[in-house]
Ligand binder design. Sequence first.
Ligand code: ZN
Length: 156
Amino acid sequence: MLPNMTPHDNNHNNLHITYIKEALKEAQKAQERGEVPIGAIVVCQNRIIARAHNLTETLQDPTAHAEMQAITSATHATGGKYLPDCTLYVTLEPCVMCAGALRWAQLGALVYGASDPKQGFMRMGAQLLHPKTEVVSGVLEQECAAIITRFFAKKR
Ligand SMILES: [Zn+2]
């Protein structure tokens, strides 16, 4: 059971798809700025409390990943430094740095689209996250992977 869902909610997959689509909109915004198109949102009690995308080029900051921006924005919205009742949706499997940040945030649940075999945290294992963080992967996987593949194909 994800923290933003009620016990009677049997539309988990539909909700995940709805929210990953919102993260994809953020990825699109990143692309429009010339950023690698990765987007994230944070949902708390069925409400989107943060939207963010990758800003590493804009800010010239290698830590400005979508997830890091989303955590900062979400903690501002909730007024606390932990996010145990929140779900973070992100288009790409988080890297090790972001998984560490999500651990510090004590995130309730993580839902991601495409896997990242090269940079993703799962190389190290889900224990990088907080023990209470639930993980769902592969939601709209192809769409989430395609936006990045297209971005790099154009760059070549
Ligand atoms: Zn990251």
